[in-house]
Ligand binder design. Structure first.
Ligand SMILES: Cc1cc2nc3c(=O)[nH]c(=O)nc-3n(C[C@H](O)[C@H](O)[C@H](O)COP(=O)(O)OP(=O)(O)OC[C@H]3O[C@@H](n4cnc5c(N)ncnc54)[C@H](O)[C@@H]3O)c2cc1C
Length: 435
């Protein structure tokens, strides 16, 4: 038996547990600093729709039943996921619809709670191969002794031995930090120049003047601010209000009325009618979340520690790849393990060699996808429209590809996508920023 300790019950950690428990000789322990979230009420503060594309869904489909669990109704009769086939850009009263291949938009909190529920279902309590510890934060790692120090909310610290340690503890990974302090890994971590708040709007206005297409991701752009929203619930569209870092547009507004007035000043016709007074008040009070980008010089340490998901490569959400690449990490790692016949000593170096070019490529693509000034933004939208209108053979002949399109429409490796899109990422990198 190999005792695999997974730190973090996010999408990457939970999917890794699913994969491991489908393979023989693994005993899995998961440590998660949050409380048990399977049955707890949905927290709206930090959720938003995640667009799951080919790469993420391919990884999910290897676990029987997981895809249908993601798309079915939950206990409250809500679906919390929807199939979207493109983007609807709102400007004044007009809309510009850009068709794109269908993807599944799922609320972030829903992904983790479905993965957890299905994991428990497939591995009932009497099955000793799975142990999940909530309210348990990792505070130390002894690489030589192969142990973790775990701080539990309600009791003394405990020391947990491991054979293999999988760090899936997200963008601010403690495991990564501790490995770096021991000079076992080098990483860079930067806060992006954008922050966001979760934001919920109705799918239709009370007077019936506005109705959001149920199969589109909706985007409103106001200079450096923007709203992105997907109708994942019955009458509600979940999304984010994004603004330049440190410039919360709501912090100085005295009350919900003032928030509504502010939104009316940005988009009186298509966004403001969808915002309730209650939501305006919540928006004012919600915490501001910052976005970080992380790249590591390696993904594995020796033959017994590996970082997956945001812990290994957090990125800006501009390309909708953070979760997709996290889920693909799991699939690639397990592919290496299978190829090495379950031998972790061989599998981890093989994984590092195979995945590091893609991990670094997707970080670069995400970092330099978004135009940084008005003119490039116009060009970006114009190219997107052309690409969606022209027949494929003609657009392939006339237009160079954009990262967003190649990632959504192909299953090319991230490294290959970067190769084909360097013309764009280099231009973004070298363009003057107006933020
Ligand atoms: C606004 C926004 C929009 C996004 N949209 C998309 C999208 O459309 N498509 C897409 O693919 N991705 C998207 N992403 C990215 C996606 O949310 C992440 O890439 C994904 O959640 C990463 O999963 P993870 O399991 O690696 O990390 P996380 O989801 O961050 O999970 C990490 C877990 O580790 C736990 N943890 C942390 N520290 C400790 C500790 N010390 N001890 C124990 N447990 C710990 C945390 O509580 C958490 O449960 C978006 C992100 C943002 C912010």
């Amino acid at each position: 038996m190999t005792k695999v300790v997974i730190v973090g019950a996010g999408p990457a950690g939970l999917l890794a547990a699913h994969y491991l428990l489908q393979r023989p000789n693994n005993q899995v322990e998961i440590y998660e600093k949050r409380g048990d979230f399977e049955s707890s009420a949905f927290q709206n503060d930090r959720t938003f729709p995640i667009s799951l594309q080919t790469r993420g869904m391919d990884a999910v489909r290897e676990i029987p039943g997981l895809e249908s669990a993601l798309t079915s109704f939950d206990a409250e009769g809500e679906r919390r996921s929807t199939v979207t086939a493109g983007v609807c850009m709102h400007r004044g009263k007009s809309e510009r619809k850009i068709s794109r291949p269908a993807t599944l938009s799922v609320e972030r909190n829903h992904i983790a709670s479905v993965f957890l529920r299905e994991l428990r279902k497939a591995n009932p309590a009497e099955n000793s191969s799975l142990k999940i510890c909530f309210d348990s934060a990792i505070e130390g790692v002894d690489v030589e002794g192969k142990t973790l120090k775990v701080t539990k909310n309600d009791s003394e610290d405990v020391v947990v031995p491991y054979d293999v340690l999988i760090g899936c503890d997200g963008a601010h990974s403690k495991i990564r930090q501790m490995l770096s302090e021991q000079q076992l890994i080098q990483f860079s971590q930067t806060t992006t120049d954008e922050s966001y708040k979760s934001f919920y709007i109705s799918c239709s206005s009370e007077d019936g003047s506005v109705k959001l297409d149920g199969d589109k991701i909706h985007v409103w752009m106001f200079g450096a601010n923007r709203v992105i929203s997907a109708p994942t619930r019955k009458d509600e569209s979940a999304g984010v209000f994004i603004f330049p870092g440190g410039q919360d547009p709501f912090s100085d507004l005295p009350d919900a009325e003032a928030v509504l007035d502010y939104i009316k000043s940005l988009s009186p016709d298509s966004l403001a009618p969808l915002v309730s007074l209650k939501e305006a008040e919540s928006l004012r009070n919600r915490p501001v979340a910052t976005l970080v980008e992380v790249t590591c010089d390696k993904l594995t340490i020796g033959s017994d520690i590996v970082l997956l998901g945001d812990a290994a490569h957090a990125m800006s959400p501009s390309l909708s790849q953070g979760c997709n690449s996290s889920l693909q990490d799991v699939q690639v790692l397990m592919g290496c393990l299978d190829q090495c016949k379950g031998d972790w000593v061989k599998a981890l170096p093989a994984y590092n060699e195979k995945r590091i070019p893609d991990s670094q490529a997707i970080s670069e693509l995400s970092c330099y996808n978004n135009p940084r000034n008005k003119w490039m933004r116009y060009e970006f939208i114009f190219r997107m429209i052309l690409l969606s209108l022209l027949p494929k053979w003609l657009s392939n002949m006339l237009l160079r590809p954009l990262p967003l399109m190649l990632l959504a429409e192909t299953n090319l490796s991230y490294n290959k996508v970067l190769e084909k899109c360097r013309w764009w990422t280099d231009r973004v990198k070298n363009s003057p920023s107006e933020l």
